[in-house]
Write a protein that binds this ligand. Structure first.
Ligand SMILES: [Zn+2]
Length: 128
């Protein structure tokens, strides 16, 4: 690393990191990288906020734990989200389903047998 950084110190116009918008602009390139980092941080903060909000929504909406129709373990959590739809998620095998009624949600789980669904791959529902 030392050799390259010495070289770029002597010939800053040779350093691709000093270009911004196709022009030699070390200050602009630094600013652009700062903005990009800030945008990424803001993005991950928003993602975390949404994930936390969803977790809280699920805690508020929790209904019952029952036997999972796929794995047979008493690990299937059912939620009634915002009073609008039912969501079932197995805490063991990961299968999930949703529907306007509890039985419709269970039916969508049965329809998903063998597809290898796992809600934990995409914990927030808008990612599914
Ligand atoms: Zn299961």
């Amino acid at each position: 690393m030392g050799e390259w950084s010495d070289y770029f110190e002597d010939f800053p116009e040779e350093n691709p990191a000093n270009y911004f918008g196709g022009r030699f602009d070390p200050a602009g390139a630094i600013k652009a990288r700062e903005l990009e980092t800030q945008a990424l941080q803001a993005n991950s903060e928003i993602k975390k906020m949404l994930a936390d909000a969803w977790k809280a929504e699920k805690e508020r909406s929790f209904l019952v734990v029952e036997m999972c129709p796929q794995c047979g373990l008493k690990e299937l959590s059912t939620y009634k989200i915002k009073g609008k739809y039912f969501l079932c998620e197995c805490q063991d095998c990961g299968i999930y389903g949703r529907g306007k009624s509890h039985s419709e949600a269970l039916k969508s789980i049965e329809d998903a047998y063998g597809y290898g669904l796992d809600w934990r791959d995409n914990p927030v529902p808008w990612g599914r």
